[in-house]
Design a protein around this ligand. Structure first.
Ligand SMILES: Cc1ncc(COP(=O)(O)O)c(C=O)c1O
Length: 379
């Protein structure tokens, strides 16, 4: 059997990883400045994380959601504490798309409405409703297309108000990323977010903050929207939550009532996934990784912003978009094959996306800065 060929692959086969480095099957060492799409939050194979998972494997790795699982409560308590959302409830699932799918569904159960407002440049995942609110017609199949999903312009308050004026009473939820990642590191303005919040309150629509990529300390805040002091109705999370072990979650305002069978999943919140997610939160707290994201991110920006061919650097914490004056694909390939550094791209072909682990060290950032300098100066 062959693999279903949907991914354009680099010809590199990583077989080992530690901290911010990877090694391929030929023994070549690579610096990971992308964390496998923002997944690696505490570094590869962190010893505390490894031990937590090993210990858990020795005990029990899975049983269904029909029995007590104290690890889920421990995770919810720790997540509530570190994020400041102690009074919210947690629904656990397996991925970012699934978290958004459940949030959209819960909003609709709650207010009985069916339209959803999303924004240009968005990416919310590839499952049914999540892909319908993703601004990429190439990945929206006819079965997922519906006029119930309404798109409005990013940071465009005027258009937002118009949409609410026309559809407000039918809008069940508004879904927005804390910072758009796939869209090219696009940061919402404080005014845009607070107007969305006001309109959601006025029209009884749920505000869903997708923090799948921008959450878990990446932005220098636990969740990116917390910089702006707004309180969403639901917050979705995944990626950095398990540092590679699949887990996602929805943080849910207490006004949403749970009932038996309303939401559910076979694998979500299993013992191993919870052990991984607890280890991530422990390491983030013990090693002050949110502060590290702020400092290291600022250092990188200061060192690169005046390099040739850079038009702008869009950044919060360690979520960094480097906008070049050209398509970034050659620069990216050069960094990978000549300097052995992984970086990412985005739907904006000029934007190089940088998402290193939150415990990246200064000397590791210098490896990237010097390599980027060499590549850009040679163009
Ligand atoms: C903001 C955002 N939401 C949702 C998703 C989907 O997450 P997953 O691939 O875990 O389903 C992604 C993935 O890139 C994302 O960046």
């Amino acid at each position: 059997m062959n693999l279903f060929n949907v991914y354009p692959l680099f010809n590199i086969n990583p077989v080992k990883a530690q901290g911010s480095f990877l090694w391929d099957d030929k023994g070549e060492k690579y610096l990971d400045f992308y964390g496998g799409h923002a997944v690696i939050s505490i570094g590869h194979n962190h010893p505390y994380y490894q031990n937590k998972l090993k210990d858990q494997l020795e005990k029990i790795s899975f049983y269904s959601n029909s029995v007590q699982n104290n690890l889920q409560s421990e995770l919810a308590e720790k997540l509530g504490g570190i994020s400041g959302y102690e009074n919210y409830n947690l629904f656990l699932c397996n991925s970012g798309a699934e978290a958004n799918e459940n949030a959209l569904k819960l909003a609709s159960f709650h207010n009985g409405k069916s339209k959803v407002l999303y924004f240009s440049g968005s990416f919310h995942g590839r499952t049914s409703a999540a892909v319908s609110v993703t601004d990429n017609p190439k990945i929206v199949a006819p079965v997922n297309f519906s006029e119930r999903f309404i798109k409005s312009g990013w940071n465009n308050i005027e258009q937002l108000e118009e949409v609410f004026e026309i559809h407000g009473n039918e809008i069940s939820s508004v879904i927005i990323e804390g910072i758009q990642g796939v869209g090219g590191i696009m940061i919402p303005t404080a005014g845009f977010l607070s107007r969305i919040k006001e309109l959601c309150e006025k029209y009884n629509a749920a505000l869903i903050l997708d923090e799948v990529q921008s959450g878990y300390g990446r932005s220098g805040y636990f969740f990116a929207h917390q910089e702006f002091g707004i309180e969403p109705d639901m917050i979705t999370t995944a990626k950095g939550m398990g540092n590679g072990f699949p887990i996602g979650g929805v943080l849910i305002h207490p006004k949403f009532e749970a009932s038996n069978g309303l939401l559910g999943t076979t694998f979500g919140g299993n013992h191993l996934a919870c052990a991984a997610a607890i280890a991530v939160l422990d390491v983030m707290k013990n090693e002050n990784l949110i502060e590290n994201a702020q400092h290291r991110g600022k250092y990188i920006e200061d060192e690169i912003k005046d390099l040739p061919h850079i038009r702008s650097v869009r950044r919060k914490g360690l979520m960094i978009g480097i906008e070049l004056d050209r398509d970034c694909s050659e620069v990216r390939k050069n960094l990978l094959y000549n300097h052995r550094i992984f970086t990412g791209n985005s739907n904006d072909k000029n934007v190089l996306r940088i998402l290193p682990a939150l415990n990246i060290k200064k000397e590791e950032t210098d490896l990237f800065i010097n390599a980027l300098k060499t590549v850009l100066e040679k163009i």
